[in-house]
Design a binder for this molecule. Structure first.
Ligand code: APR
Ligand code: PHB
Length: 389
């Protein structure tokens, strides 16, 4: 087989990149390790930046987003028994849209299928080869046979645990990582959201977040120790703990129900430099991970897709490879800024096991400053709705 761009990974990054390139007449093949049902069934975050929504519209997958997404013009921060609102519209003139990543992935798969996109599911032992030459290729195994795809470029959209990042030699790769000393226990429940906007709560028992998917599907999270296990958490124990951490008014009106999904995820910040090695480009979680506190994971993956799709479209249009040459530096500039914001939100809102009195007071002062300063609220708002591409 031969194609122009071989994309490893059929998650949000790979699907959106494939769709954008297809709309510009560029041939792609997506190679995905899991089954289509597995990928479509993943439960992930659900806050889309302004720029992400525009990109999905450009890819022709904005219809359900427009009709079923919930536009949020602000968010609530709660701490020490107080709650205050950050008004995105007032500080930035922009908003975010709450629309589950599961839905984004479904919309993208439907678009790729409608346009005859080639997505090879359950391809095993995918291996990028010859990426430092102008004739790279990718091999994979399926149905007991080994297959080869010759291409111009290999794009690693294969997430944090993929093969692409490992293809860049250790001597070339620089990795920056911070593992946080806690995780998030998340619950999805068929219940009306407790609030019309998200509530990020800093509490002495630990962080909590009240989010949603639609008017009868809610998503809640509480900070848990790294030693914790989801089997230790019955639904009733979860609801009792959540009520202790969120503002009293919310706790009093919270409608609880059976968990449709319940899982614990670790929190880490991770960035790999560079995001290009010869004919191989890294996109999304393959290159960087952010803690979910800033709701940046999917949005950051999509800004990588924006930069790389523009560069590849220019190249195949005969306008040169300057965009491809600049990709890693351009993408990393935005990755580091979004990582800073995600680290700041995490550090400001969570309780750290070894946090001394001074650090605790600094956290309280940070939140008090945020509550009373328009400048501080503008800074949070402009990062949350998404910095310019
Ligand atoms: N070969 C083929 N496919 C692979 C391989 C491999 N060796 N390794 C991983 N994959 C697939 C995974 O099965 C997954 O479907 O690559 C895809 C990577 O998707 P994501 O991990 O979702 O990463 P990305 O597309 O960059 O999206 C980032 O999704 O997972 C969230 O938190 C993440 O919100 C962020 C967004
Ligand atoms: C979610 O709805 O899953 C969600 C929202 C905001 C975050 C993280 C997760 O910061």
């Amino acid at each position: 087989m031969r194609t122009q761009v071989c994309i490893i990974g059929g998650g949000p990054s790979g699907l959106l990149l494939g769709q954008l390139l297809h709309l510009s007449g560029i041939d792609t093949i997506v190679l995905e390790r899991q089954s289509r049902a597995y990928v479509k069934g993943r439960i992930r975050a659900g806050v889309l930046e302004n720029g992400t929504c525009s990109l999905l519209e450009k890819a022709g997958v904005g219809m359900r987003l427009r009709t079923e997404g919930f536009v949020h013009n602000g968010t609530f921060i709660a701490a020490a028994g107080r709650q205050f609102r950050i008004d995105f519209q007032k500080h930035t003139g922009k908003s975010v849209t709450v629309y589950g990543q599961t839905e984004v992935t479904r919309d993208l798969y439907e678009a790729r299928e409608d346009h005859g996109g080639i997505i090879i599911d359950e391809g095993q032992h995918v291996l990028p080869c010859n990426v430092t030459t102008k004739s790279p290729y990718v091999t994979y195994e399926k149905n007991g046979a080994t297959h080869r795809i010759d291409c111009d470029y290999v794009i690693g959209c294969d997430g944090f645990h993929g093969i692409s990042r490992q293809t860049i030699p250790d001597a070339v790769r620089s990795e920056f990582e911070k593992v946080y000393p806690f995780g998030w226990l998340g619950v999805l429940s068929q219940t009306p959201p407790v609030s019309h906007e998200l509530i990020y709560a800093n509490h002495e028992r630990g962080f909590a977040l009240c989010s949603m998917r639609n008017e009868n599907l809610s998503r809640y999270y509480i900070q848990t120790p790294l030693s914790d296990h989801v089997d230790h958490w019955s639904d009733s124990r979860f609801w009792d703990e959540l009520k202790q951490r969120i503002p009293e008014a919310a706790a009093d009106t919270l409608i609880t129900g059976e968990s449709l999904e319940k899982s614990i995820a670790p929190l880490r910040s991770f960035i790999c430099e560079p995001m290009r090695w010869g004919s191989l480009f890294l996109v999304g979680d393959a290159a960087h991970i952010v803690p979910p506190t800033g709701a940046k994971g999917l949005n950051l993956a999509f800004s990588d897709v924006h930069y790389l799709s523009e560069a590849l479209i220019a190249f195949y249009a005969g306008d040169g490879d300057e965009g491809l040459e600049r990709y890693s530096k351009t993408a990393l500039a935005r990755v580091w800024k979004a990582s800073r914001f995600s680290w700041w939100m995490t550090t400001t809102l969570h309780r750290f096991p070894d946090q001394g009195d001074f650090s605790q007071r600094m956290q309280e002062a940070e939140i008090a400053y945020l509550e009373t300063s328009s400048a501080a609220q503008t800074a949070l708002a402009e990062n949350y709705v998404g910095l310019a591409f």
